[in-house]
Write a protein that binds this ligand. Structure first.
Ligand code: C5P
Length: 220
């Protein structure tokens, strides 16, 4: 049963998913990607032909949303019902829909309750939970709380490097729009009191993982 909770927040493209996953591997902790849950919900909403803007219909349908996520960093998966949507939740149509779904307070409450129960029942000693409001809303009492940032320029460049030049501008635009929409709901650009900022602007992947591990070791 997990007893050590590590909360990590940050904007899109900050690398928090890959960094958190790697840090969890190194510590033999579990790992929870909360953004993947919002994406799984957005995917399901689209799949059912609902509008991501129809919050009443989504809230009403929520009890039917049968979602599961892997918390082992080496066996990561996301399913809805019998369907594996680990890859599908990264599609641009899902990225475009997700902020609209995530802005609804009733949806956030439902999803947060799910996160807290996954955290409590995680099998390993510790769990790293990453998202936008983990340090402030989901686990404000976590012994380790980190805000992972990088300059906008570097975040866009890192994302673009994973893509072809044709769609790099489009993706950068989408990231900016998503951050702007998400910032209206939760503040993940400034560290709340007691939250340690790790700025990865001048760090490579391994250095960022080490910086995060240093904070975790100092605080546990
Ligand atoms: O982390 P990722 O970019 O995959 O998150 C996808 C979306 O899920 C975000 O753009 C945001 O709308 C939503 N989200 C959220 N709160 C979280 C994690 C993600 O609102 N804790």
């Amino acid at each position: 049963m997990a007893e050590i909770f590590v909360a990590i927040d940050g904007p899109a493209g900050s690398g928090k998913s890959s960094i958190s996953k790697q840090a969890a591997r190194r510590l033999r902790y579990n790992y929870l990607d909360t953004g993947a849950a919002y994406r799984a919900l957005a995917w399901w909403v689209l799949e059912r032909g609902m509008s991501p803007a129809d919050s009443d219909a989504i809230v009403e349908a929520l009890p039917d949303w049968d979602y599961d996520i892997g918390v082992d960093p080496d066996e990561y998966f996301v399913t809805v019902g019998e369907t594996d949507i680990t890859e599908a939740i990264r599609e641009p149509r899902v990225s475009s829909a997700v902020s609209g779904v995530a802005r609804v307070p009733e949806i956030r409450e439902h999803v947060n309750a799910l996160f807290r129960s996954i955290m409590r029942s995680a099998p390993r000693d510790g769990i790293i939970v990453e998202g936008r409001d983990i340090t402030t809303v989901v686990a404000p009492d976590a012994p380790v709380r980190i805000l992972l940032t990088a300059s906008e320029e570097v975040r866009m460049a890192r994302r673009s490097a994973e893509l072809t030049t044709e769609n790099a501008t489009e993706v950068a635009d989408q990231l900016r729009k998503r951050d702007a929409a998400d910032s209206r709901v939760v503040d993940f650009m400034t560290a709340a009191e007691g939250v340690v900022t790790v700025d990865s602007t001048t760090l490579n992947f391994d250095q960022t993982v080490d910086a995060v591990l240093d904070v975790i070791r100092q605080q546990t």
